[in-house]
Design a protein around this ligand. Structure first.
Ligand code: GRF
Length: 194
């Protein structure tokens, strides 16, 4: 894993597909003096991702790639990442599955946030499935990305209570608030010098 060296911040890329609320919280975190990361690049597969606006607001370079041909998109992304000397990738609501080829190129340097208490509820519709199963708790997880979906080593988790009349929407909202705190915390944990 990459180590934070002195005051040099780790050049980071954030991958998004949608709203980008986690991107926003990561950008805010990256601006803190204590933060080990500096966000240099935003990557999206979706030209219409709302979160791309944060690139304009915070003056961060953004690049959009069409994933119809995943191999070609990934090759072009890798060259962008190398060009910008990116050493850490944070997936934040990125809805495409990256290939083994891509992941192995950045082995141990890709993080993801997932809205469930992994290993429970990998994949999509996590809130709906947790409510249907009458779980008492759900939450969110930050983990390393491996070629097996939502299965890499867990860095940190936050538990959230599921209330009696909880809806998918209310649960998503509660968990998202925790996600915004958890991702920065995970990054602090990984790069803190013991
Ligand atoms: C979050 O719930 C994240 O855990 C999941 O997708 C959602 C993205 O939200 N992977 P946002 O785009 O960061 O607002």
């Amino acid at each position: 894993m990459v180590k934070s060296t002195g005051f040099k911040k780790i050049k980071t890329a954030v991958f998004i597909s949608g709203t980008g609320s986690n991107l926003k919280s990561l950008i805010k975190f990256s601006k803190l003096k204590k933060s080990p990361i500096s966000i240099k690049l935003i990557i999206s597969d979706n030209l219409y991702a709302k979160g791309l606006n944060f690139g304009n607001i915070f003056k961060i370079k953004k690049k959009i790639f069409n994933f119809n041909d995943r191999r070609s998109a990934e090759k072009r992304i890798i060259s962008q990442l190398k060009k910008n000397e990116i050493k850490l990738i944070c997936l934040a609501g990125f809805m495409k599955i990256l290939s083994r080829y891509f992941i192995e190129n950045f082995n141990g340097k890709i993080l993801n946030i997932h809205p469930s208490l992994l290993p429970k509820y990998k994949g999509l519709n996590t809130h709906k499935r947790a409510i249907l199963k009458k779980e008492k708790f759900s939450g969110c997880t930050v983990h390393f990305v491996t070629s097996k979906l939502d299965s890499g080593k867990i860095i940190i988790q936050k538990k959230v209570k599921i209330n009696k009349n909880e809806t998918e929407k209310s649960l998503a909202k509660k968990i998202l608030i925790e996600e915004h705190k958890l991702y920065p915390k995970a990054i602090m944990n990984i790069f803190s010098i013991p």
